[in-house]
Design a protein around this ligand. Structure first.
Ligand code: FA5
Length: 347
C-alpha cells in the first residue's frame, strides 16, 4: 500500500523537475518534447501517477485523484505559457534576421546594351533623318542587274573585279553594296529624293579590317541643281556630328562606275586632331567613305531625266566607323559576341 503523503511528495518533485528543466529550454520544439516526458498519456510522468491510484487506500483515493489532476492542470498551463513565450521569442528572432535594411545600396542590375554596329547605325540614321532623309531598306539577295548593271557596271566592266561577289545563280547574288538600293528608290520615286539605305552586304573578303559580311549605309540625294558642293557641305555637317565639332573633311579623287566625278572622303583624325598618330597612320586624315555625283547613265537607267536632275550618293561602312569610334583594331571583334569587348562599348 502506498502512503498518500509519499505520493504527494512525488508530485512536488515532478513540479520542481519541470521548473528546473524548463530553464534549459531554448526552442518551442524542445518545450514540446519536454512536455511529453510529463504529460504523454502513456509514458508521461504525471500520467503514470494515476496508475498509483490502485495502491492508495480507498478513503484517500479521492484526495489523491484531486491532487494528481491539479498537478496535471498546473503542468498544462505551465507548458502553455512557456510555449507561447518561446514562440514569441522565435518570431522576434525571425523578424530580426529577416529585417530588410532599406537604406542599404541596391544591388546593381545588369542590363544589356546595344551592339556597337546597331549603336552606330542608330546614331547615323538619327543624324541623316534630322537632315530630312527617309530610310529605305533593300533586300540582301539582289539581282545582278540592280547590284551591277543598272549601276553602270555591265558584265564586261573591269570595275566588277573591285568587289568579289557571292553568286547564288547567274542572275541572283548576295548584294555587295547598298548602292543596289539606289536603283530601286529611283525606279519607284521621282525627284526630289533624299534617302539613306542601311543594311548588310557581302563580299569574298577576309582580313583584320575586312569581313565577308559587313554593314553599309548608302545615301542618295537627287533634285534639280545638286552638285559636289552640296555633297561636301552635307558630309562636313555629318562628320562634325559623328566625330566631333572640330572635324574637317576633304575629298580625294577616286573611281566608282556609278558616280562621276567620284571621291573618297577623309575626315581629320579625331584622335590627334590632324598632327599624325597611330590611328591615322601619321597622315592626320582617316578615310571614311566613298561618294560622288550620280553618273548620268544611272539616272537614265532609272528613268530620270539627267538634263533636268542631278544628284549625289555616298556609301560608308558601319564597321569601319565603329572601329574608328571605339578604337577596335580587328573587325572580327565586332562579330565574336565576346561580352568582355561588347560590355566596354556602351554609348
Ligand atoms: C562601295 O561599296 C560603294 N558602293 C560606295 C559608294 C556609294 C560610292 C555611293 C559612291 C557612291 P567601297 O567598296 O569602297 O564602296 O565600300 C564602302 C565602304 O565599305 C568602305 O569604305 C569600307 O568602310 C567598307 N568596306 C568595304 N569592304 C569591306 C569589308 N570586306 N569589310 C568591312 N567593311 C568593308
Amino acid at each position: 500500500m502506498q502512503d498518500l503523503n509519499e505520493l504527494l511528495a512525488k508530485i512536488g518533485e515532478i513540479k520542481a523537475e519541470i521548473e528546473a528543466g524548463s530553464a534549459e529550454l531554448t526552442t518551442s520544439k524542445a518545450v514540446y518534447e519536454f512536455k511529453k516526458t510529463f504529460l504523454d498519456s502513456k509514458q508521461g510522468k504525471i500520467s503514470a501517477l494515476m496508475k498509483e491510484m490502485r495502491n492508495i487506500p480507498k478513503e484517500q483515493k479521492q484526495d489523491f485523484g484531486k491532487n494528481v489532476n491539479a498537478a496535471k492542470e498546473w503542468a498544462l498551463s505551465y507548458f502553455d505559457e512557456l510555449d507561447q513565450k518561446m514562440k514569441a521569442e522565435e518570431l522576434r528572432q525571425r523578424y530580426e534576421s529577416e529585417k530588410v535594411d532599406i537604406t542599404m545600396p541596391a544591388k546593381k542590375v545588369k542590363y544589356g546594351n546595344l551592339h556597337p554596329i546597331t549603336t552606330v547605325r542608330n546614331q547615323l540614321s538619327d543624324i541623316f533623318m534630322s537632315m530630312g532623309f527617309d530610310v529605305f531598306e533593300g533586300t540582301e539577295i539582289e539581282t545582278d542587274y540592280y547590284n551591277f548593271t543598272a549601276l553602270n557596271t555591265p558584265d564586261d566592266h573591269p570595275a566588277r573585279d573591285m568587289q568579289d561577289t557571292f553568286y547564288l545563280s547567274p542572275e541572283f547574288l548576295l548584294r555587295t553594296q547598298t548602292s543596289a538600293g539606289q536603283v530601286h528608290v529611283m525606279e519607284n520615286k521621282k525627284p526630289p529624293i533624299k534617302v539613306i539605305s542601311p543594311g548588310k552586304v557581302f563580299r569574298s573578303d577576309d582580313d583584320a579590317t575586312h569581313s565577308p559580311m559587313f554593314s553599309q549605309m548608302e545615301g542618295l540625294v537627287v533634285d534639280k541643281g545638286i552638285n559636289l558642293c552640296d555633297l561636301k557641305g552635307m558630309l562636313t555637317m555629318f562628320s562634325k556630328q559623328i566625330f566631333g565639332e572640330d572635324t574637317k573633311t576633304r575629298l580625294r579623287p577616286s573611281y566608282f562606275p556609278f558616280t562621276e566625278p567620284s571621291v573618297e572622303v577623309d575626315v581629320s583624325c579625331f584622335q590627334c586632331g590632324g598632327a599624325g598618330c597611330k590611328l591615322c597612320k601619321g597622315t592626320g586624315w582617316i578615310e571614311v567613305l566613298g561618294a560622288g555625283v550620280v553618273n548620268k547613265k544611272v539616272l537614265e537607267n532609272c528613268g530620270i531625266d539627267s538634263n533636268e536632275y542631278s544628284g549625289f550618293a555616298f556609301g560608308l561602312g558601319l564597321e569601319r566607323i565603329a572601329m574608328l569610334k571605339y578604337g577596335i583594331n580587328n573587325i572580327k571583334m565586332l562579330f565574336e559576341s565576346d561580352l568582355r569587348v561588347l560590355d566596354q562599348i556602351d554609348d
